[in-house]
Design a protein around this ligand. Structure first.
Ligand SMILES: [Zn+2]
Ligand SMILES: [Zn+2]
Length: 1023
């Protein structure tokens, strides 16, 4: 009986040089009866964790290794024999990656010498230093190369690698290598340098190579393998191929068995806080929490005491005190500088996080469920998401690097994998299809329509008819097949939005590090799933512009009102806040301002913070698609009775009227009905959201149903509940996360209500932000009683500022006036201001175009309100302009005629906003003559009534889920109006709907509760 273990195997993680996923290779290994399989991707361990886990699931022994590229371009295969070998391999790859630019890793043999402990070396493929030289007829060179390797590895850790892919000369090469091995006293080992699971994978492999070389297949010919022999092979096949070298085949099994590595680094994960001194992390954490307790709970709540004791217990048990201290330290750093740092995600359910100031929602008051974050039997590491103001995030990241050292910190990566569109583009190019054909097809596949490529094709009949005539039917079939096959394979690496990994052990020994595209950034080769599975800890350091706006608003309020608003202690029951929410008066607030949110607010009529939490969790693409929203609102509005599938669910789902809204509810139901422990239930939730295999799900389902039956739940009911949990879990929201966001939303509504001028000013300074363009935000500010003053060449700063209680627009709102020009104006401006156009031009030496735009923006109105004469005067001035790095808009400015209307238009075109009035004023007469009503009149019209309305387009949306419906929000001087456009109506006036700035719409009034919509039938473009 033959036995074989493949020790040289590339997965898709060789990045465009391996056509199968780890799972496909392992599945194939099972079929072929292999007991061990190695992963040896080029210069990386990207797939190692995923490979090891998938192997264990299938009962296959995984061997972890990599194929390194040496300085001279030769290849060398290294396998980790033990833990220290693994660390050496990781360190070697890191060094090879970091010493070179992205994608150009090269290893020095001297580095291998320093890190050879625990590694087994195979001499490699045709590109190896030994075989490569033999192929070049350089016997002496080959001998010397082998001697050199022998000076690094002893004969128990160095094997001459034999490969036979039935190429001409392969048998000779094998014989020569075997002879050489004999001469120096080394053993041989047979491998197949696998690049795909099954033979047919060679088509995809060829395409990948062509993509890698950015060429069509015919031009890539010289880089392609000549046949399909690079598939995974059975022991029998290998024995036949290596007749006469049977021991080289048999030896693979023994080598594989020697390689014992475990990718579990939990004990190396946590970095102790540098200055905790003699106190243990547990003691330090408890001390900090106890100190904060009376501050957060002045009434000495016994429930808070109990929860704290429980959490400290759990944290001690899972040894995560250090993690909390680490995040606390980061938050403290931000707070010391007066920056906001707000934890969100499941961490917001923890009273420890609340006491440390990591989060700012009271988990006791809002009934948040700690076990969603952490449980005593936690098998996976929790993670904390930290939002920081966009302006200071980078400084915080730099602090983390400084505090823990570059050796211990890296950003988490993302694998960018092939999707339909990228598949079509890259495969099409490799097959030499015409670029416009590929382009047309790719555009058909707009996410998230779940059409297949073939469907997209047939939908586009013209295209379908065109294609086979230009391409042979066979090529076409191959194209479709390759596009399917390539999907899911990694294409390249990118950086995760904010994930940082901090470890106690040097990170580069745990996971290879490499350069990111962003200069100076280092990423690890694992994504968040891989690092989580390996027991490492992630902190998400994210940037949130809203927090910058809030920070700035707090400063402005302090400057103008002489008091600092403390958001930490703000009561969450201000009735005026809820009044605004009920009326959907939410433009420029956080999270509740979108059109969908506004419509939901009107139905929901939130009266408490708990209502806001539900609202934030519900109104998102997932639940909207999953049809959870409608049952909830029907119940909320009393149109449908509240019911529960089983009385066990009542205490869990009461807060959401019997509808599953929160992930925490999934966990609690699994515990209450399925008899899971909290930790198991969390594993179930994770499995559901990570789309684990059907078999894994079936096991969970059986367990759940069995547990339910034991608790007296009818089998069908338990099955039904499980299926409901499952359909929900893929887009469920965690309640603590919703609560953290709701808190920020509340703060924005509150600040806007109490300090509108300061709030809008700060908001405008942090654009782009939120759902609406600045012009809409300005209209909204005006409706909230804030005066907006136009840009003023002598009064404006770069940013918007407060003048008394009015907002003075900043110079940055003048189109094309970059930072450099603004700085020049501010530097040259005398204390008493410029006296006139001449002084402005002569002392700033601004380009003429900049000055023109300032005039059009109304910034020079103080000298002459007739902009035409200012422009005329400007034409007669001559000064030495100095170049500026400018970014001019393509369209020119209009110079003739300066009525009020045109000044309004000029200001709008020069700044994108209009401080001097609402653009709709210009069209009001025209609209009125045509019978259009104002937004404040519209609410009084009965349902079914025919109306005309007119306004500036604030938002245009065509959500993919809406089946061709388009939603418009029009704004006039008095407020907003919702317009719904059916596909048929849209098609008739497509240019008007999609291009118009100011529209008049005719249609009928529809009412849904307090929401008013105009169902459009016709439209005219006013501007
Ligand atoms: Zn190679
Ligand atoms: Zn290889």
């Amino acid at each position: 009986m033959n036995a074989y273990a493949e020790l040289h195997c590339h997965t898709g993680f060789s990045m465009l040089d391996g056509a199968s996923s780890p799972e496909e290779l392992l599945d194939r290994a099972l079929v072929l009866g292999l007991r061990s399989l190695a992963i040896t991707d080029h210069n990386g361990l990207y797939g190692a964790v995923c490979f090891a886990h998938a192997a264990q699931e299938r009962g296959i022994h995984p061997v972890i290794g990599a194929e390194l590229t040496l300085e001279d371009g030769h290849h060398l295969v290294l396998l980790a024999e033990n833990q220290s070998g693994y660390h050496n391999l990781s360190a070697l790859i890191s060094r090879s990656q970091l010493a070179h630019s992205k994608g150009q890793a090269r290893t020095k043999l001297s580095w291998v010498r320093e890190r050879s402990q625990g590694l087994i070396c195979l001499t490699g493929c045709r590109h190896s230093p030994v075989a490569g030289r033999l192929l070049d007829r350089d016997q002496d060179g080959a001998f010397a190369a082998l001697q050199q390797l022998l000076s690094i590895f002893d004969p128990q850790h160095l094997y001459v690698e034999l490969q036979n892919h039935l190429r001409p000369g392969d048998r000779t090469l094998v014989a020569e290598l075997a002879q050489l091995a004999k001469e120096v006293g080394l053993a041989c080992v047979a491998t197949n340098n696998v690049h795909y699971a099954e033979r047919r994978g060679h088509h995809l492999q060829d395409v990948l190579v062509a993509i890698r070389h950015n060429a069509a297949l015919p031009e890539a010919r010289r880089w392609l393998y000549p046949n399909s022999e690079y598939a995974l092979k059975s022991a029998g096949d290998m024995a036949q191929l290596f007749e006469g070298y049977e021991d080289a085949v048999a030896r693979t099994v023994a080598i594989a068995e020697r390689c014992q590595v475990e990718l579990a680094f939990r004990d190396k994960a946590l970095h102790p806080l540098p200055d905790t001194g003699d106190v243990s992390p547990d003691e330090r954490l408890e001390q900090l929490c106890r100190e904060a307790l009376p501050r957060r709970y002045p009434d000495r709540s016994p429930q808070a005491e109990r929860q704290l004791a429980h959490e400290l217990d759990v944290i001690r048990h899972v040894q995560l005190a250090g993690y909390f201290l680490l995040v606390w330290d980061i938050v403290r750093y931000a707070q010391r500088h007066g920056w906001l740092a707000r934890g969100r995600g499941s961490a917001a359910s923890s009273i420890v996080a609340y006491l440390l100031g990591i989060t700012n929602v009271d988990p006791i008051a809002h009934d948040l469920f700690f076990e969603r974050f952490l449980s005593a039997e936690a098998r996976v590491m929790p993670d904390i998401d930290l939002d920081l103001g966009a302006r200071h995030r980078e400084e915080v990241i730099q602090y983390i690097y400084q505090r823990y050292g570059e050796e211990h910190v890296a950003m988490v990566c993302n694998y960018v994998t092939y999707r339909q569109r990228s598949a079509v583009r890259d495969v099409g190019k490799a097959l030499g299809m015409a670029p416009d054909t590929v382009d047309t097809l790719a555009k058909q596949l707009t996410w998230p329509y779940r059409t297949t490529i073939a469907e997209a094709m047939s939908q586009q009949r013209a295209l379908a008819q065109k294609m086979p005539s230009r391409l042979s039917a066979r090529l076409w079939a191959r194209f479709l097949q390759l596009c399917e096959a390539i999907q899911g394979l990694p294409r390249h690496l990118s950086i995760h939005v904010g994930g940082m990994c901090i470890t106690a052990a040097p990170l580069h020994e745990i996971v290879p590090l490499e350069r990111a595209t962003m200069p100076g950034r280092v990423v690890m080769q694992w994504d968040k799933d891989a690092m989580e599975d390996a027991g490492l800890i992630k902190i998400d350091v994210l940037s949130l512009r809203t927090l910058s706006a809030i920070e700035e608003a707090l400063d402005l309020i302090e400057g103008h009102h002489g008091k600092r608003v403390d958001l930490e202690t703000l009561p969450l029951d201000d009735p005026t806040v809820y009044q605004r929410l009920c009326k959907a008066d939410t433009i420029s607030t956080f999270q509740v301002e979108s059109r969908a949110q506004q419509q939901a607010l009107v139905k929901m009529q939130p009266r408490t913070f708990a209502d806001m939490v539900v609202e934030v969790a519900l109104i998102r693409p997932g639940p909207l698609q999953g049809n959870m929203v409608h049952p909830f609102f029907r119940r909320r509005m009393g149109r449908e009775p509240v019911s529960y599938a089983h009385p066990l669910l009542e205490p869990i789902l009461r807060e959401t009227l019997g509808v599953i809204v929160f992930q925490e509810q999934v966990i609690r139901i699994a515990v209450a009905m399925g008899g899971f422990t909290a930790g198991e239930a969390d594993l179930l939730r994770r499995a559901m959201s990570r789309h684990r295999s059907e078999e894994a799900m079936a096991r969970f389902r059986d367990r759940f149903v069995q547990g339910g039956v034991e608790r007296g739940v009818p089998r069908e009911t338990a099955q039904g509940v499980f299926d409901q949990l499952r359909s929900f879990a893929s887009f469920g929201f965690c309640k603590s996360h919703a609560a953290a966001f709701a808190k920020t939303a509340y703060d924005t509504v509150y600040l806007r209500e109490r300090y509108p001028a300061a709030y809008y000013c700060a908001y405008l300074n942090n654009e782009p932000l939120g759902f609406y363009a600045p012009r809409i935000v300005i209209g909204d500010a005006r409706r909230h009683g804030v005066t907006i003053l136009p840009v003023h060449v002598n009064r404006s700063e770069g940013r918007c500022t407060l003048e008394q209680r009015a907002i003075r627009l900043g110079l940055s709102y003048v189109d094309g006036l970059g930072d450099a020009a603004i700085q020049r104006i501010l530097d040259a401006r005398p204390a008493e201001g410029f006296t006139g156009l001449q002084e402005l031009c002569f002392s700033t030496r601004l380009p003429r175009r900049s000055v023109e735009n300032l005039i059009l923006a109304g910034a020079a109105d103080a000298w002459d309100t007739d902009q035409r004469s200012l422009l005329w005067n400007l034409g007669r001035l001559h000064w030495r302009e100095e170049a500026l790095p400018l970014d001019w808009p393509p369209d020119g400015v209009q110079l003739e005629g300066m009525t009020r209307a045109e000044r309004l238009m000029a200001e709008y075109s020069a700044t994108g906003v209009s401080a001097k009035g609402h653009l709709m004023e210009l069209y009001r007469r025209q609209a009125k003559q045509a019978g259009a009503m104002r937004s404040d009149e519209l609410i009084r019209i009965q349902a079914g009534g025919r109306v005309r309305v007119a306004g500036m387009v604030a938002v245009r949306q065509a959500p993919p889920t809406a089946k061709g419906f388009v939603f418009l929000t029009l704004e006039d001087e008095h407020g907003m109006m919702n317009v719904i456009v059916k596909p048929r109506v849209f098609q008739g006036y497509e240019r008007i709907w999609s291009r118009g700035l100011v529209l008049m719409v005719e249609g009928s009034v529809e009412r849904e509760g307090a929401v008013t919509n105009v169902m459009a039938e016709a439209a005219w473009r006013l501007a």
